[in-house]
Design a protein around this ligand. Sequence first.
Ligand SMILES: [Zn+2]
Ligand SMILES: [Zn+2]
Length: 227
Amino acid sequence: MPRARDLLAVLVVPERCLHCRAPAARAGALLCDGCRRALPWLGVGGCARCGLPGPCPPGRCPARGAAFRAAWAPLAYEGPARSLALAGKERAARRVASWFAAAMTARAPARVTGSVQAVVPVPADPVRGRRRGEDHARLLAVAVAAALDVPCLPVLARPRAAVAQHHQSRAGRRRVPRPVLVAPPPDRVLLVDDVHTTGATLRAAAAVLHDGGARRVTALTALRTLR
Ligand SMILES: [Zn+2]
Ligand SMILES: [Zn+2]
């Protein structure tokens, strides 16, 4: 059920494309036709391990040694997809989350979503989550779990001392603080987050799930940075 506030926004505010601000394709659409056609879809033929398009050179996959077995995202973090993600952090959080969740589940390869028992959101930093009002990884995880017909189990939490990732250098982001388990994870877990960047956050979360007893962890994000 959409919230009354969201319904009102659809009825009252003329719909604008969230990328170029041209009139949207139709009422309720997030993008105009041109931007929708320009979405940077990634396909399923890339590196099975890290989700980058094209095979990684031997020994150079950024996911080597990670506790997640496979990672994938339907879209590159570029162009109209990037604008959708940014809008999803502000005004259109729920609509954008359900749009991304549909793209993630409709196109995901079986190596990522096949036979998972539960979806676990990557936990938000408690301070950042509160400031933005919405926990976007949690919104995505709930919608992805519903589409896959499995439960969403928020078994990971971020310790309060966690340093906000965007305040750190690239090298600093590789040392993200490990989340903590607040309940035992099931055997086969699908980790869900919004953007897969260096993979450090997914790595830390997957390692904690693995150490806590999960036997197979895969990662599904809405977006993948290509650089
Ligand atoms: Zn547009
Ligand atoms: Zn790779």
